[in-house]
Design a protein around this ligand. Sequence first.
Ligand SMILES: [Zn+2]
Ligand SMILES: [Zn+2]
Length: 304
Amino acid sequence: MDVILLGIGGMMPMPGRPLASALLRHEGRSTLFDCGEGTQVPLKAGSLGVAHLERIALTHLHADHVTGIPGLLMLVAQGGPRRPLGIVGSDDVCAYVRQTQALLKFHMPYPLAFQSLDPAGGSFRDAHGTLSWQPLEHRVPTVGFRYEEAPRPGAFSVERAEALGIPPGPLRAALQRGESIVVDGRRVASADVVGPPRPGRCVAYVTDTRPCAGAQALLDGCDVAIVEGMFRAHHADQAREKGHLTAVEAATLAAEAGVGRALLTHVSPRYDDAELVLLEREAQAVCPTVELGRPLERIPVPLR
Ligand SMILES: [Zn+2]
Ligand SMILES: [Zn+2]
């Protein structure tokens, strides 16, 4: 499980700073969070490919988060027929994607599977994990996302297995799967050698918001969080006015939520790279596990 930051820019793509977007990879499938203008460029630059793209989750209908969709759908089309590609977003976001496809009439040899989000929050679960969302506070209806890996099986105790005379091989594998076995006429239950299930890892994607309950819930206890850090502290009035976070506010949220590692994204195009160093320092003064994200940075999500 890892996250590739495709870009960290807000409002407009800049040379060397693509728009905020992140690719979450887990169990051979990937989820793309947001797709602003030019998101396909870092995908190509990082040789990331789209064959394993399972769904695109879109936070809200602002141009810097959705206008890369037509190009990306055409890029996926170059791979030929494939399984459906999920489009996860509000009713407005889904309507935008449908209308764009209808108007531009580009060839798509695969279906889109629209998953319209309840603005009040909710979740989709499958065998590998749960994608949930919560409303955020922005100028238009916006959600943030959280992906939680399904609980992993408990740790197998080789010591206990040896003490019980269970040889390596299929019997141990059956116990690890949760089944009971019989050895030398004795029944051994899975719980005799396998510990309790371990919680899965968790990643959050939170951008274009003021500090709010939804952001707190999404970030709570995350291993890795991608969080907006649009403004420096002396522009806090603009953050309030425009419905964004300062880097200090992002760091405060991350610290309160006990996030393992937080990466700032969606930074204002007004700051050059030298000023972004200062923005990062302001955030780290509040929470040392926060850092400025970097385009095409790969962030592994370690096992707990
Ligand atoms: Zn934005
Ligand atoms: Zn926005």
